[in-house]
Design a protein around this ligand. Structure first.
Ligand SMILES: [Zn+2]
Length: 203
């Protein structure tokens, strides 16, 4: 085999507009609803910019609310199907922290904030990341119903599974605002203005 045939790595980069979006944002956001509001702003801009789906996340230090990283879904921008918002937020947080384990003894406690319950892939990615807390805007079937994305075969006791592994789950933080982002995205899908990259489920 010729190694030149194979890729030996891949890049997952956050889009350049992220730095504009973060320019006026304080380093520390003590209120969790305000952290979620930032996630919603990033999610809404993300699909409008064409980077990927209407999804964003951030990692914060739980105690202080210091923002460690942000992530958006860059599946379309990167050409990598696993580049979901949780994965990019956790990966950049781990790069920033200098560790694959955000729950290590030398680390402050970390929290992942996402604009909906993780999909089946990000369920695992979150579990292995070392975060001690997961905050989601919502967790019902509305995401799939509105956006048509397939979130995979999630277990029904996903929140209990997190809790059993020492990861606290907080739900329904700015839920209506999450649905507003998804509905705006859906309107653009119906108008054939954006690509849904994983709508393989159903017909
Ligand atoms: Zn995901």
């Amino acid at each position: 085999m010729d190694l030149a045939y194979f890729a030996t790595g891949y890049d997952v980069q956050l889009p350049e507009w992220i730095s504009d979006e973060l320019a006026g944002v304080p380093d520390i956001i003590p209120d969790v609803a305000e952290r979620m509001a930032l996630v919603h702003r990033l999610a809404d801009r993300n699909w409008r910019e064409g980077n990927g789906g209407p999804f964003a996340a951030l990692v914060a230090e739980t105690e202080t609310g210091r923002i460690v990283s942000v992530g958006v879904n860059v599946v379309l921008g990167s050409g990598v199907s696993s580049a979901h918002a949780e994965v990019t937020a956790l990966g950049t947080a781990q790069r920033r922290a200098g560790s694959w384990d955000l729950g290590g003894d030398d680390q402050p406690e970390h929290e992942l904030v996402v604009n909906w319950r993780p999909c089946v892939q990000c369920y695992g990615a979150t579990m292995w990341s070392g975060v001690r807390s997961l905050v989601v805007a919502g967790s019902g079937p509305e995401l799939e119903e509105i956006t048509t994305f397939d979130e995979g075969p999630m277990v029904t006791d996903w929140a209990e599974q997190f809790e059993a592994r020492g990861i606290r789950v907080t739900q329904d933080v700015l839920r209506d605002e999450a649905l507003a982002v998804f509905r705006a995205y859906r309107a653009a899908v119906d108008a054939a203005e954006v690509t849904v990259y994983n709508a393989r489920a159903g017909d």
